[in-house]
Design a binder for this molecule. Structure first.
Ligand code: SF4
Length: 92
């Protein structure tokens, strides 16, 4: 193998080693962005229904241990009342 080919192979190998951590970092940051939830204030969360709309009827609601217990929301942070409501309400 000539010196130029050996040098190129070493460069390619080092380039690959540098790209892998960069890709891992990009994937980690993308995942954390996807998992970020909105604050209650940003979606005007309230602990009571708006008309017939309430969290227990929303596709993003994750019920607590009982139907009346506080649950969570897939897109809004914190404890969520099954009788709550926010501007992101989306019927099941
Ligand atoms: S998106 Fe809003 S209305 Fe729906 S469950 Fe979450 S907090 Fe409740």
């Amino acid at each position: 193998m000539s010196d130029s080919k050996r040098l190129l192979s070493r460069r390619e190998a080092l380039g690959g080693l540098l790209v892998l951590p960069a890709l891992a970092g990009l994937l980690a940051s993308t995942t954390s962005i996807a998992e970020a939830k909105s604050s209650k204030a940003s979606v005007k969360y309230q602990s009571h229904p708006k008309g017939s709309q309430k969290c227990s009827g929303c596709r993003f609601f994750q019920a607590g241990k009982t139907p009346s217990a506080m649950g969570t929301c897939k897109i809004v942070e914190g404890a969520i009342s099954p009788n709550g409501w926010c501007t992101a309400f989306t019927a099941k």
